[in-house]
Every structure is written in C-alpha cells, then in structure tokens.
Design a protein around this ligand. Structure first.
Ligand code: SF4
Length: 390
C-alpha cells in the first residue's frame, strides 16, 4: 500500500491549523490545550467551576464577552464588549488573575491596560479572531512604506478598530493614529480628518465604509479597498492619491454573512419587523436596516423596545439567543435563517474555563497572554488617544 503523507496547510491568512498541531506565531490562530481538559459530558463541571472560583476569591476576576456561551457567561463577574471588559479589568488592580472569556485580541488589550502584576489568561489559545488575523503587522508596514514612497503618508491618519492585534494597535500608536470601537468610530474619524486629509482604516472594511459614508457624508467613491494580497494593495497610485478612506480588506466572518436577501426575506416573513444590525455588516445590509449600532447599542435597543415588537438582529447568535430568552414579551430573532456562532468565541467552553480555574487553584498560570513592553507602550498611546477623543 502506498504511503499516505499529510502536510500542514500553507501558512496563509485563511489556512486553519488543525487543533493540537502546533502554533502559528504570525497570527492569532491557536494552539492545543497544554493540559487535561475535563470531558464536556462531566456532570460536575458547573460545581467544579463554582468551587474553583470560590477558592480563588478576589484573586480572580472573570470577564465574559457578550458573544460567549451561556455556560461560560454564568461565571462572569462582568459582561460587556471588548473595550468595556478591558477597562473593567484595569479597574480591578487587586485581582491577580484576569480570566478573559473572549478572544485573543481582547486578552491582549486587557494585558495592555492592566497593571504589570496582573496576569491575563485566555482559557483556550485557539480562541482567535478571523478579522484580527486579516491584518498582520508585516503587511501593514508594507502598505505604509508604499504610502511613504508615494509621498502621501504624511496626510494619512491610521485608525484601527479595537478588533485588531496588539501589533497593529502598536503600529497605529507609532504613526500617530487612534484606536476606535464600533461606538466611537464616527468621533475617531472626525478627529482623524482634523489631523490629516486621509484615513487608513484597519482591519474592518465594513465599519470603516459604513461610518465614512453613513455617518460622515462621504461618497462610496471616496473609499478604496486595499488588498494586502495584491501588489500595492491592488490599487493604482492615482486611486491612492485621490482616496479619502483607504480601507483594509478585512471583515468579520460572522457579521459579513448577513446579506440583503436576509433583510428582504425577514421583512416578507415578519410584517412590521425592525431590522437591527451591527456596523460590521456589509454596507448594503446596513443601508437596508432600520437601526445600526454597536453590541451595547443593540442590547439597549432591545431592552427599550415595546412589548409585542418584532426584531431581526444581525449580530452574533449567542447574544441574540440570550436577548430572546431574556425578553419573551418581544419577538427577537436572528437575521439569517442559517444559524452561525462565532466559532472562535465558542472555543471558550465550560471545560476550558474549569481547566483554567483549577490550574490557578493548583498554583499554575495557564495560557497567560502577554504583550511586549514596547508594543504595549505604543498601543497604549493609540488607546489613550481614543480616550481623549472630543
Ligand atoms: S464575531 Fe467577528 S470580530 Fe468578533 S471575534 Fe468573532 S470573528 Fe472576530
């Protein structure tokens, strides 16, 4: 019988590592769990998590992103979006361990904003973010060098979405830019256009385009898409010179799946439905929606909605399900007919949380996320600039 050989997938931004087959240090894609995970079927998981958390007491602070599973969220000391959680961690200097139930870039931000004595732990290192992975520092530096060669770098202010790696935030800090969230993207762009005549927006093209066109009054023609996999981003020198918004070709694999057909279909199926979407959705979807806003905005809008109203929500499914269960007097549904969770968010499950907490109880620190001091310093500059936005 002929030998069957298997080789690792090419190390591109789309290749997936097989779990347990090593790591990819150039991206946020993860590695195998270095310990013995409890079985998901273990009936004692809830009791074990509660016991480990109680044993650690105030030494541990558990953060839960809104897109996490219910089985994990029940152990969160606080829930929120990525920036709120990083700030909550920084406001708890007494907590020796920050267990971040979210994805890798969020844990990095928590490490950047917390005291150096605090240790940030990600229960599963395979919990990355496909959007953050779409902008790698070397690619961004290559783009910037091209802008310098063209003589336009001095006019450009780089803006990176919170959903980016620490390396990218550090780059933006070094080049006098700013971090933004989906709540303050308009303020970040307004400030940026006071500093320069162009914005280089990373890594989410949709948030950049939606904010520029729908909130700032730019035309679609003012925006160009920089593809890091093509020479010079696939753009001519004139296109780059004339653009106001240079959008990085990145997107969220969850929010990017909603289409204009999803909106049409739900409007036909549910008369009077309100379509509420996140600005990471495609431009035509956001245009067709009734309301658009950040995760926190979506939660508040659903809480404030009158009883009996109907909502089709274009954001991550764990959150939509939780909101539907919390508000049985309102009809809250997922915008797409095909259900889809954020697969990397879902990497954090109860077995991984139990494992991480029990390791801490045993005096071992598992899966600590650290950002080197130089990168952290420059990333903090970009984050502080965001906090200082008028
Ligand atoms: S929902 Fe999208 S942006 Fe958020 S972690 Fe998942 S892939 Fe990344």
């Amino acid at each position: 019988m002929a030998d069957v050989t298997w080789s690792e997938p090419a190390n591109t931004s789309t290749a997936l590592l097989l779990l347990g087959r090593g790591s990819d240090p150039a991206s946020e894609r993860g590695v195998d769990c270095p310990g013995d995970l409890p079985a998901p079927s273990d009936p004692d998981l809830v009791a074990r998590a509660a016991a480990a958390k109680a044993a650690l007491g105030d030494r541990v602070f558990v953060l839960g992103h809104h897109y996490q599973r219910d089985e994990v969220i029940q152990f969160a000391d606080v829930t929120g979006d990525s920036f709120k959680l990083a700030r909550e961690a920084a406001a708890r200097p007494s907590a020796e361990f920050i267990v971040f139930c979210g994805v890798h870039f969020m844990a990095e931000s928590a490490d950047i904003l917390t005291d150096s004595s605090q240790k940030v732990i990600l229960p599963d290192l395979a919990a990355g973010c496909s959007m953050a992975d779409m902008a790698v520092l070397g690619q961004v530096q290559t783009a910037w060098e091209h802008f310098e060669d063209l003589g336009i770098a001095d006019e450009i202010v780089p803006v990176t979405y919170m959903n980016s790696s620490a390396d990218i935030k550090g780059f933006v800090g070094r080049t006098k830019g700013v971090v933004c969230t989906s709540s303050n993207a308009k303020r970040a762009l307004t400030w940026s256009f006071e500093q320069g005549s162009k914005v280089f927006f990373l890594p989410d093209q949709h948030l950049g385009r939606n904010t520029a066109v729908l909130d700032m009054g730019f035309d679609l023609e003012d925006c160009v898409l920089y593809d890091p996999h093509k020479p010079n981003g696939g753009l001519t020198d004139d296109q780059l010179r004339n653009a106001r918004m240079i959008l990085w070709r990145g997107h969220c694999s969850v929010h990017g799946r909603f289409t204009i057909d999803s909106v049409r279909e739900v409007r036909e199926r549910v008369p009077g439905v309100n379509v509420l979407v996140h600005p990471e959705c495609r431009h035509d979807v956001v245009r067709a929606a009734d309301q658009v806003g950040s995760t926190e905005y979506i939660i508040k809008a659903l809480e404030a909605a009158p009883a009996g109203s109907s909502w089709a929500v274009g954001t991550e499914l764990n959150l939509v399900r939780r909101m539907a269960l919390a508000h049985p007097d309102k009809q809250i549904m997922f915008l797409d007919r095909t259900v889809c969770y954020c697969s990397t968010m879902n990497r954090i499950d109860l077995p991984h949380l139990v494992w991480a907490l029990e390791e801490l109880v045993a005096g071992r620190v598992p899966n600590q996320i650290t950002v080197d001091e130089d990168t952290a310093h420059h990333a903090r500059v970009a984050l502080d600039q965001m906090l200082a936005l008028p």
